[in-house]
Each structure stands twice: as structure tokens, then as C-alpha cells.
Design a protein. Structure first.
Length: 370
């Protein structure tokens, strides 16, 4: 299989490259009657869009979605949904002089090794430009989760470089906190800890001036998801969520709940104690991140993804060409000095797609249980 499809009951298939005509997604399995409009799609596409602020790539794309099929009078019909986002501001000439060179940190060599041929313009299929299709599909998945459970999926920037936000209650973070500062100005970093935002912006601007880039961590939280989603062995909910996040460009690590902090704890420190609240089984803490035995527990699902620094750099670096000859490379074009602000809607989309898929699988397996 070519690996361009994802999900079982709620399944997406995407196509498109960075400098091609556009990116498209086909969504199969969405139930009828889910509210969906171009305006709803545009909200998250704008959050992912290049050129949205001074600290992201200045490629100028409107990312206006076109719903080609599967929606009538503002609601899904139950048939396959097709959404197209056209590319408008490609500058392929920026890549002409490095067509035969291997960019450090990129998939140029691995694509050549696999296919023997590649689209070198902007990274082709390996570019994060293809995530426009995923974000559009994620909007549909989020709408489905709201319809089924009143659930929400919200991501934000937890860390840029060595600057770490303090977020005491991840499940309490709102979209408004992520998108706006307390004074009403846009939160261009998408960090809910407003006290850390100025330092994060300063660091991003600093590395850009130094012709460099910086990585960080994004945290994604799903609330309102009931206990019972997921499968006990190979399709554990945590495994599918990890695969979903790792499928995104630049993700080098994924953890959930307390994550790697568990390595230094004893069992008595790690366990979350159960309690009954208003007839519902909950835990007093959430070190397990909302998943136990591969199945959701009803507590908030809390995940983190480590994002590497942007590989495309304007500073000169040593490399080799397709013939194995030593050379140097300087990447032209427009690139993010930090991927985190635009990663947030991508991470949300992939988490929502997994949860929507497992929700429909559970409903088909057990009937309506909520």
C-alpha cells in the first residue's frame, strides 16, 4: 500500500505536493447530518496558513477550501467528502540550483532511495504543505466528536527551545487562550502562558536573524471523550495516536500523560487513584493521560509532540549531491524559523481523526453506548 490513507471507519486519503496545483482530501465514513461549511474549514486552515504572522514563513497562501462533494445545504450527506485547497504562491525557481543536492535534515536522499525520482520543489510530498488536507479533514472529525460527545480537541505550544510554559490544568485551556492574549491581541506563538510569550517570540526572532531555527513541544488535549474508545492490543488508542502524530513532518517524539517522567517513579507514585463522582468513575489525578490498556478512561487525553527545528536554513552547510560528491548548500525560499505555531492545528487534526475513527468503530462494534 502507498500509505496515503489513514483510518478505518473514518478514513481519509490525501494527495498533493508543496508546489503542485493543490492538495486534496477524500473522507469516507462520515455520518450524514454533520454541520460543515467552507467558513468552518477556513478557521483551522487560517491557523495553519503560512504568512499569518511575523514569526512564520512568509509564503502567501489564502488556503481557501473548496468542498467538491459530500455536503449539501451545510450538512454532510453520508457519501464521500472531497475538499481541495489550491496552491497559489509557489516559487519553484528557489529550488532549481539545489535540485541535485541533498538538504540536511530533509527527505531528499530517502525519497531518491525509495523512488529513484522525486519532486525537488519545496520538498514535494514530504513538505508540510500536504497537511492542509489533513487540517481540513480534522475540522470534519472535530465536528463529529462535538456531535457525538460534546468533545473538544485543543492544542497549544508548551515549549520553544528552553522556554517552557506553565500549564497547571491542560484540560482547562480554551481556544481563546491559545489564539488571543489577555489584552485581545493575537497570540502568534499559540502559547496559553502569556507570561512566556514575549520570550518565545524573542527567541524565534533571534534564531531567524542568525539564519537558524528552533524546535519545541506542542501539547494536545482532548476533553469530553468517554471511557471505552480503543482496542486492547494492536489498535490501542495510544498506539494509533502516536502513529498519527509521528506521521506529521518534523515530529521526533511523542508522549502522553506523565510520559518519560514515569521512569523515575515508583508504582505507588505513578498510580492514579479511582473515585466515583456523581455516578461516574474518575481518577483523582491523570498521570495516565486518559488512556489505560489501550482504551480511553474518560479522563482528558493529554499528549505531547516534540518538534525538531526547521531543517531548511539559509546558512551554508556541507552536504553531498546525488552522485556522492561533496558540496555545500544554502536553502533559499521562505521557511518557518520555528514550526510550533503552525503545528498546533496539524496536531489537533490528527488527534481528532483518530478519536473520530475509534468512535465510529466502537459504535459499530457495540452500538450506541453514550
Amino acid at each position: 500500500m502507498a500509505g496515503n490513507s489513514f483510518g478505518q471507519a473514518f478514513r481519509i486519503t490525501t494527495a498533493g505536493e508543496s508546489h503542485g496545483p493543490g492538495n486534496v482530501v477524500i473522507i469516507d465514513g462520515c455520518p450524514p447530518g454533520i454541520a460543515l461549511s467552507v467558513e468552518a474549514l477556513q478557521v483551522d486552515l487560517d491557523r495553519r496558513r503560512p504568512g499569518q504572522s511575523k514569526i512564520v514563513t512568509q509564503r502567501n497562501e489564502s488556503d481557501t477550501p473548496e468542498i467538491l462533494a459530500g455536503v449539501f445545504e451545510g450538512r454532510t450527506t453520508g457519501t464521500s467528502i472531497a475538499i481541495l485547497v489550491r496552491n497559489e504562491d509557489q516559487k519553484s525557481r528557489d529550488y532549481a540550483d539545489i535540485a541535485a543536492k541533498y538538504r540536511p535534515g530533509h527527505a531528499d536522499h530517502t525519497y531518491d532511495a525509495k523512488y529513484g525520482f522525486r519532486d525537488y520543489r519545496g520538498g514535494g510530498r514530504a513538505s508540510a504543505r500536504e497537511t492542509t488536507a489533513r487540517v481540513a479533514a480534522g475540522v470534519v472529525a472535530k465536528s463529529l466528536l462535538r456531535e457525538l460527545y460534546g468533545a473538544e480537541v485543543i492544542g497549544y505550544v508548551k515549549q520553544v527551545g528552553d522556554i517552557v510554559a506553565t500549564v497547571e490544568r491542560p484540560e482547562a485551556v480554551t481556544l481563546d487562550q491559545v489564539e488571543r492574549l489577555p489584552d485581545g491581541e493575537p497570540n502568534i506563538v499559540r502559547c496559553p502562558d502569556a507570561s512566556k510569550v514575549p520570550a518565545m517570540i524573542e527567541l524565534i526572532e533571534k534564531v531567524r536573524k542568525e539564519q537558524d531555527s528552533i524546535g519545541g513541544v506542542s501539547e494536545i488535549v482532548a476533553t469530553g471523550i468517554p471511557a471505552g474508545l480503543g482496542e486492547p492490543v494492536f489498535d490501542k488508542i495510544k498506539a494509533d495516536l502516536a502513529k498519527a502524530l509521528f506521521s506529521l513532518p518534523a515530529v521526533l517524539g511523542v508522549e502522553y500523560g506523565m510520559g518519560f517522567a514515569c521512569a523515575t517513579l515508583r508504582g505507588s507514585q505513578s498510580n492514579d487513584i479511582y473515585s466515583a463522582e456523581a455516578g461516574a468513575i474518575k481518577t483523582l489525578t491523570n498521570r495516565h493521560g486518559g488512556m489505560l490498556g489501550g482504551i480511553t478512561s474518560g479522563m482528558p487525553i493529554v499528549l505531547r509532540a516534540a518538534i525538531k527545528p526547521t531543517s531548511s536554513l539559509p546558512q551554508e552547510q556541507p552536504t553531498v549531491n546525488q552522485s556522492g560528491e561533496s558540496t555545500t548548500i544554502r536553502t533559499k525560499g521562505r521557511h518557518d524559523p520555528c514550526l510550533l505555531p503552525r503545528f498546533v492545528p496539524m496536531g489537533e487534526a490528527m488527534v481528532a481523526l483518530v478519536l473520530a475513527d475509534h468512535a465510529l468503530r466502537w459504535r459499530g462494534q457495540s452500538g450506541s453506548r453514550t
